[in-house]
Ligand binder design. Structure first.
Ligand SMILES: *Cc1c(COP(=O)(O)O)cnc(C)c1O
Length: 959
């Protein structure tokens, strides 16, 4: 019983909801492990040399008190109407999408769709997204998705560069139109520099591409709002052997001739204005479309159609061989976590409105823009000479006065210079707004009788700009326009996907922990999600406070001097961190240091990021215990001492072990002039017990979508902030449009994300987690994560060998169990993974970092009941495998080989298996009471890659 004093604590204390507080369960688990206490267990698992003192963080608040405090912070933001443009537009998120996707754990707690059979819902939504992008851009293939528009443009540049590689290293110039968004130019410059690409920024009307140029990038409509005809320019670029890239706007493309029809090789952009809130810059889904011939060089995730074991259509991620997991430093990009949830939302927005609805929204936006232009011209202002869609650049005005008048009416306009102002309209703009906007420029200006001014020509473009081709003709975009139809479609897809709503997802390295409702609630608050990323600082005080809090707390947790929240995924954090290292070396006249040591066990994003950063990757071996081979490391550090730039190391290792030699390893790298980059994906085993700073690293990224409770969203969004030691602070990412640049505290490095604070509008989730857990709760969570992992390892070890162990036979927060011995009996790790679906579970991480294994990470927020259920499922599968070996089960016709079993398969009149239907689909009590039905049978990956189909057109099965 609680002592009376403790009864006075808030009723809604949070750690017991996150981690649990069942003393009897903990005692039972410790007993199995033979540990005296939780602290004793942790003391044996974590090397004493790296332990730290207690976290210096504010004491925990209860759920409602934390929400109340955050409300107060939110209130310091001011929501003005945004007419700033620059690639970010206000939009109306259809309420049905907000409620059933954005705020629905069935969608947001799902993992990346690697297990295709239990991910068909979001795979279908992503296929719709790809189809939408293909149709609107007029290109042949599109991915799902990019991290934002700016990085999509930079990835397109790198893709074109790769396409040229081998051809001639003479092609090192990349032309960028000066009328691209400034943040896009900033990111392109950042990405180009380490690769030795020369960026030429200029006017496409005067630039003449020659043989030195490998690619050109233009914006359509451009950042000033003007629409240009790029046909001749692109023909000239092609004649010179250069590739052509267009950054464009999906809504405008419903009216404009699509890039695919005027010679674009690649189109990029953001799907934000398709129903995804501004969110102070993110997260939103970027897109990239190209011609079919370039598909193998495309960056990012691609969904494709294949077939399942029964021959029915089934979806899965296609062409995985292009990606970092396989290609490592030769990968087409380092993107791992993408923007799935936001791509799903944007695709549903297109489905909800349909082609006619989108066309109508676009015509309305153009009509209002043309009316505003007429009013402004009548009032003596100067506007774009070229046709416009939604944006005007207005010259000949007293900008200060205009902005002051706008601010008085709570509008933000784009600041250009003292005489020029930008205005962008969007879906939310009304005729009254246009009247109001006009008064900012001329108090007495009057639209007169707008009806008389309006003409059909204001709502469409003339040749050669006019779109004549149809778009979104697939049935999915033409049948869900009533709310009931869309609601049921969304729910139908949701039901195909296994998420944390169903059972634990023990994804090693990905830390699929609780995403608590109180953490998620603030993402819907308008004070956070309706702010434009370039709104004036005095309106964003709440965000600034939020950033300051999080930066301070994460710096304390990592043991570093400063934190940048800009990178919008772990991969982007790696890249930003490596750029910081590069900048540091350059500042000391050691820019030649270009060797990056990476253990063979590293995650594929590490070598991919290093290659993007212009580093040469040298692999370091691992010993039989899964630890870095310290002798090999020291030898390589010494051999390359002249050019050693960095070591990238994951801690605890990707083998799930606290390597005792880590301090030594850091020292060896430092001794030879290198910097230590720590991949913080395994931070869940460190928080409160040790830290990258204490261990001796110089920089580290965190995955807030792993350790700090941002949900995985089915494959994104994410946040990958980096923490750095004092000497690297000057090399954190900057941003061309951020206030700190203007105020003179500019940073040496450019931007790595389009928005200064990346995925700002989901940072509240991590803020709430830290605020509600407090220092003790966070440390306890780490301890319980270690306990849970060791408990699972103990329960499984007599069935499947646990591969690597640290001190006292203990592991860190995850374990690798070995299934390789079964291969000689014809049983693959894949068979066990697919069979787990019949039991209602998502497979653990497969074949990383060791082929033929499962890496299991239970996290601290699973109860003993759930851990036992999961272990029981694996043990039962072990029995089924043993039956095959013993000859009790057929070698090929057994429940493992035919897993997963669909309802269709077990209900069929024909049941060609020697085992029962009951065993097939109800192999456990849990499966019987809480059956999750895989919607397709085992997916044929090879077939799909051989017959690549990446749009829903012609896929009648999905109608
Ligand atoms: C998840 C992960 C990454 C990549 O992070 P993203 O957020 O997916 O880009 C890198 N390294 C390790 C060890 C990881 O687990």
């Amino acid at each position: 019983m609680l002592p009376p004093r403790d009864l006075l604590a808030p009723i809604d204390t949070f750690p017991r909801r996150h981690t649990g507080d069942n003393a009897a369960e903990t005692a039972a688990m410790l007993k199995l492990l033979g540990a005296r206490s939780l602290d004793a267990l942790v003391d044996s698992a974590v090397p004493p040399a790296i332990r730290r003192g207690p976290l210096d963080l504010p004491a925990a608040l209860g759920e409602s008190a934390a929400l109340a405090e955050l409300r107060g912070i939110a209130a310091q933001n001011q929501v003005f109407r945004s007419a700033i443009g620059l690639g970010y537009y206000d939009t109306v998120t259809p309420a049905v999408i907000q409620r059933t996707i954005l705020e629905n754990p069935g969608w947001y707690t799902a993992y990346t769709p690697y297990q295709a059979e239990i991910s068909q819902g979001r795979l279908e939504a992503l296929l719709n997204f790809q189809t939408m992008v293909i149709d609107l851009t007029g290109l042949e293939i599109a991915n799902a998705s990019m991290l934002d528009e700016g990085t999509a443009a930079a990835e397109a540049m790198m893709m074109c560069h790769r396409l040229k590689e081998g051809d001639a290293s003479a092609h090192r110039q990349f032309f960028v139109s000066s009328a691209c968004h400034p943040q896009t130019i900033d990111i392109v410059r950042t990405r180009a520099k380490p690769l030795g690409i020369e960026v030429l920024v200029g006017d496409h009307r005067t630039y003449q591409p020659d043989a030195r140029c490998f690619g050109v990038l233009v914006q359509y409509p451009d950042t000033t709002g003007s629409v240009h005809d790029f046909e001749a320019f692109f023909a000239a670029a092609h004649a010179a052997g250069a590739f052509t890239i267009v950054a464009t706007d999906l809504l405008a493309l419903t009216l404009l001739r699509p890039p695919g029809e005027f010679g674009a090789d690649v189109a990029v952009g953001s799907a934000q204005r398709f129903g995804v809130p501004l969110g102070f810059g993110g997260p939103h889904a970027g897109f990239l479309a190209t011609r079919d011939t370039y598909k193998r060089q495309m960056p990012g995730r691609l969904v494709g159609v294949s077939k399942d074991a029964q021959g029915d259509p089934a979806l899965r991620l296609a062409l995985g061989t292009r990606e970092q997991h396989i290609r490592r430093d030769k990968a087409t990009s380092n993107i791992c976590t993408a923007q799935v949830l936001l791509a799903v939302m944007a695709s549903m927005y297109a489905i909800y409105h349909g082609p006619a609805g989108l066309h109508r929204i676009a015509r309305r936006t153009k009509l209002l823009t043309d009316l505003l232009a007429k009013g402004l011209i009548a009032a003596g202002a100067k506007v774009n000479a070229e046709p416009v869609f939604d944006t005007l650049t207005i010259g000949n005005v007293a900008a200060q006065r205009v902005h002051a008048a706008a601010a008085a009416k709570r509008f933000n306009l784009r600041r250009i210079d003292d005489y020029t102002v930008g205005v962008s309209l969007d879906e939310t703009t009304t005729l009254d707004d246009v009247r109001t906007l006009l008064t900012f420029f001329n108090e007495s200006a009057d639209l007169g009788t707008p009806l008389a001014l309006m003409s059909e020509s204001d709502t469409v473009f003339a040749a050669p700009h006019a779109r004549t081709s149809a778009f979104l003709t697939a049935s999915v975009f033409n049948r869900h326009h009533t709310e009931h139809e869309l609601l049921r479609y969304i729910k139908r897809l949701e039901a195909k996907d296994l998420s944390l709503c169903h059972s634990m997802i023990s994804l090693g390295s990905c830390t699929m922990k609780l995403n608590a409702a109180s953490e998620m609630a603030p993402i819907s608050w308008p004070e956070f999600n309706r702010l434009h990323p370039f709104a004036p600082a005095e309106q964003t005080r709440g965000y600034q406070r939020l950033f300051r809090d999080l930066e301070t707390w994460l710096a304390e947790i990592t043991g570093f001097a400063a934190v940048s929240l800009q990178p919008n995924a772990g991969s982007q954090g790696e890249y930003a961190g490596l750029l910081a290292i590069r900048g540091f070396h350059e500042s000391r006249g050691e820019g030649h240091r270009n060797i990056c040591l990476i253990p063979t066990s590293a995650h594929g994003t590490n070598p991919a990021s290093a290659a993007m950063g212009g580093f040469k990757v040298i692999p370091v071996a691992c010993d039989t215990n899964g630890n870095i081979d310290v002798a090999d490391l020291k030898a390589k550090a010494e051999t390359h001492a002249q050019n050693l730039a960095a070591l990238m190391v994951t801690y605890p290792s990707t083998h799930g072990v606290f390597e005792p030699g880590i301090k030594d390893i850091c020292a060896a790298v430092h001794q030879h002039g290198g910097q230590v980059y720590m991949d913080g994906a395994n931070m869940n085993a460190q928080v409160g017990l040790t830290s990258p700073g204490h261990i001796g690293a110089d920089v580290c990224h965190l995955n807030l979508h792993k350790t700090f409770c941002i949900p995985h969203g089915g494959g994104g969004p994410g946040v990958g902030p980096i923490g750095v030691a004092p000497h690297l602070v000057p090399f954190l990412p900057g941003h061309v449009l951020s206030e700190n640049r203007k105020s003179g505290t500019s940073r040496a490095n450019g931007a790595v994300s389009a928005a200064p604070h990346g995925s700002a509008s989901i940072l509240m989730i991590s803020w709430m987690y830290i605020r509600m857990m407090g220092p003790d709760g966070l440390t306890q969570a780490t301890k319980v994560a270690i306990l849970n992992a060791n408990y699972v390892a103990k329960r499984l070890e007599s069935f499947f060998p646990v591969l690597y162990r640290g001190n006292a036979g203990l592991i860190a927060h995850e374990c690798i169990v070995d299934l390789r011995a079964w291969k000689k009996h014809g049983l693959e790790v894949d068979d066990a993974a697919k069979r787990l679906m019949d039991y209602g579970y998502h497979a653990p991480t497969m074949s990383f970092p060791v082929p033929g294994t499962f890496m299991i990470e239970p996290t601290e927020s699973e109860s003993k009941v759930e851990l036992d259920r999961f272990c029981d499922a694996l043990i039962s599968i072990h029995g089924e495998m043993q039956a095959v070996v013993n000859g009790e089960s057929d070698k090929v016709n057994n429940p493992l080989k035919h897993a997963p079993h669909t309802a269709k398969a077990v209900c069929a009149d024909d049941w060609p298996h020697p085992y029962t239907r009951e065993l097939a689909v109800f192999p456990s009590a849990f499966a019987r009471t809480a059956k999750f039905w895989p919607s397709v049978g085992r997916v044929d990956n090879v077939y799909g890659d051989r017959n690549l189909v990446c749009s829903c057109v012609g896929m009648e099965a999905y109608a």
